[in-house]
Design a protein around this ligand. Structure first.
Ligand SMILES: Nc1ncnc2c1ncn2[C@@H]1O[C@H](COP(=O)(O)OP(=O)(O)OP(=O)(O)O)[C@@H](O)[C@H]1O
Length: 268
């Protein structure tokens, strides 16, 4: 099914969520969520702890499908689709808690992000290793280019567990980017970072949009980052949307101020 935009923004909608609901037992984690993200946007998703941000991320990426509503990616209904199939459609994500493989190098962790493009031809590769060579070289080229883009050259051969948190978060973003996504979902990519590291990460996200044409959904608690780099934002509270719009307007909304002052995070 194709969906056309009926807002004043004529850009195609990469993502559209319609009346999405997800429950866990008796707990309604999100309900009645309507949202859309245009091609090329950086879209912020914010809300106090437990408001349903990660639940929406998991619903979109196929990890926990919604029980009600629809999710459309580039006009295609992907509701309930398995995560690997969503990934093959150009969606990559990072996780709130680091999901890197300790003991492996930075390079090998990033290389894992290419798995969506790798052919499962273990048998053929074992018998005829030379057939796998061109494919491996192509994967390596993408990885090298992303290592350069994310400025990880100096730590490429380090075990990932010994590098600082700011760099680990950068490795996660690099692993998502080597999948060559068109839509990137970032779940708190700046958690635990100092100001300088946050600004670096914000720059990489902006560059990913400018230089790689990626559309971004950004979950963040740091309101200064959201207002600084997002084109539009949406606020969830207790699993429901309380406002969507350009950051300047949304952070002035009394309902948003109340939700934040009632929670752990203040609007800055
Ligand atoms: N797998 C799960 N099983 C049971 N309850 C869950 C599960 N995932 C989320 N929840 C509940 O759903 C609600 C929304 O949680 P969610 O993690 O989506 O919020 P969040 O906005 O991402 O919070 P945070 O900012 O703390 O990460 C919470 O009450 C949470 O306890």
């Amino acid at each position: 099914m194709r969906v056309t935009s009926n807002s004043t923004d004529e850009r195609p909608r990469v993502l559209e969520c319609r009346d999405v609901e997800r429950r866990f037992g008796g707990l309604v984690a999100v309900t009645g969520v309507n949202m859309h993200i245009h091609q090329g946007e950086i879209f912020g998703l914010v809300g106090p702890n437990g408001s349903g941000k990660t639940t929406m991320t998991n619903a979109i990426t196929g990890f926990f499908p919604p029980q009600k509503g629809q999710i459309l990616l580039n006009g295609e209904n992907i509701t309930g689709m398995a995560p690997h199939k969503v990934a093959r459609r150009g969606v990559a994500r990072t996780f709130q808690n680091l999901a890197l493989f300790n003991g492996m190098t930075v390079l090998d962790n990033i290389l894992l992000g290419r798995h969506v493009h790798m052919k499962p031809s273990v048998f053929r590769t074992a018998l005829y290793p030379w057939l796998a060579r061109p494919e491996e070289i192509a994967h390596r080229e993408v990885v090298e280019e992303v290592i350069d883009f994310m400025q990880l050259e100096n730590v490429r051969d380090e075990p990932v567990d010994v590098i600082p948190l700011g760099l680990k978060k950068r490795v996660e973003l690099a692993r998502a980017l080597v999948a060559e996504p068109s839509f990137l979902v970032l779940d708190e990519p700046m958690a635990g970072m100092n100001q300088e590291e946050k600004e670096y990460m914000a720059r990489f996200i902006l560059d990913a949009r400018e230089e790689r044409g990626v559309t971004v959904m950004l979950i963040e608690h740091h309101m200064d980052i959201i207002t600084g780099i997002c084109d539009r934002m949406m606020v969830l509270s207790y699993g429901e949307v309380i406002d969507t719009g350009i950051p300047k307007d949304v952070i002035a909304d009394p309902r948003v101020i109340k939700a934040y002052l009632g929670g752990a995070h203040a609007v800055q």
